[in-house]
Design a protein around this ligand. Structure first.
Ligand SMILES: [Zn+2]
Length: 195
C-alpha cells in the first residue's frame, strides 16, 4: 500500500459541467481547448454523432468559432482511442449527455488510472425533466461538477429544457432525442416549465 504523500502521478479528475440549452457549453469547451494549446499541450475533442445541428464532427459555439471534433457513438471506446494516441493533456467532450454508462466509467478510468483530465459538457435533463443516461452516470461518477448558469425569459435561473412546437407551445410527449434534430427548445426556470 502506498503511504500518504508518496503518490507521484499528477492528480487528474473527471469533470461534469452541466447546464440547460444555450448556456454556452460549447464556447466554454473551445476556450479550455485554446488555453491548453496556448501552453503547448494537445487536447482531444469529442462531440456526439447524434448532434447534427451544425454538421457532423464540429464543436460549434453560437458566438462564432467552431472546430473539428471526433464524433462519438455508443460504439466508441475511449480507452482504445487513448491508447492509440496517448500524448494528449486533456480530453474534452461536448454533448456528454449522450454518453453511455460504460463510456462514463471508461472516462473515469482515463482520469484516475491514466492520469488524463476529462472535462464533459452536457445537459442535465431532457424535455420531460428526466436525466439523460450520460448525465446520470456523470452525476454519479464525476469528481467535480458545476452548473453553468443561464437565464429564463422571466429572469430566473433556467434549469429545464422545454421542447416547443412551431407555435412555441410546450411539447410533453415524444422521444428523448428527435431524429433529425429539428426539435426546438427553450431553456426555462422550473416555474415557467410548469406553467
Ligand atoms: Zn421563468
Amino acid at each position: 500500500m502506498e503511504k500518504r504523500g508518496t503518490i507521484s502521478a499528477p492528480m487528474a479528475k473527471l469533470f461534469f459541467r452541466y447546464a440547460a440549452m444555450n448556456a454556452g457549453k460549447s464556447t466554454a469547451l473551445l476556450q479550455v481547448a485554446h488555453n491548453y494549446e496556448e501552453r503547448g499541450h494537445r487536447v482531444r475533442l469529442y462531440t456526439a454523432a447524434v448532434d447534427d445541428r451544425y454538421g457532423h464532427g464540429l464543436v460549434t459555439s453560437r458566438l462564432g468559432p467552431q472546430r473539428e471534433a471526433q464524433e462519438f457513438t455508443s460504439e466508441t471506446d475511449f480507452l482504445t482511442d487513448h491508447q492509440a494516441d496517448a500524448g494528449v493533456a486533456c480530453i474534452l467532450i461536448d454533448e456528454a449527455q449522450f454518453l453511455s454508462k460504460v463510456q462514463v466509467w471508461a472516462l473515469h478510468e482515463l482520469a484516475h488510472l491514466r492520469h488524463v483530465p476529462v472535462i464533459c459538457y452536457g445537459l442535465r435533463t431532457d424535455f420531460q425533466g428526466e436525466l439523460f443516461p450520460g448525465s446520470a452516470a456523470l452525476l454519479g461518477l464525476a469528481d467535480e461538477m458545476d452548473e453553468m448558469r443561464t437565464i429564463c425569459d422571466c429572469g430566473r435561473r433556467a434549469t429545464m429544457n422545454m421542447r416547443v412546437d412551431a407555435n412555441n407551445r410546450k411539447v410533453t410527449e415524444g422521444a428523448q432525442v428527435e431524429i433529425g434534430g429539428n426539435a426546438r427548445y427553450r431553456a426555462v426556470c422550473g416555474r415557467c416549465f410548469r406553467s
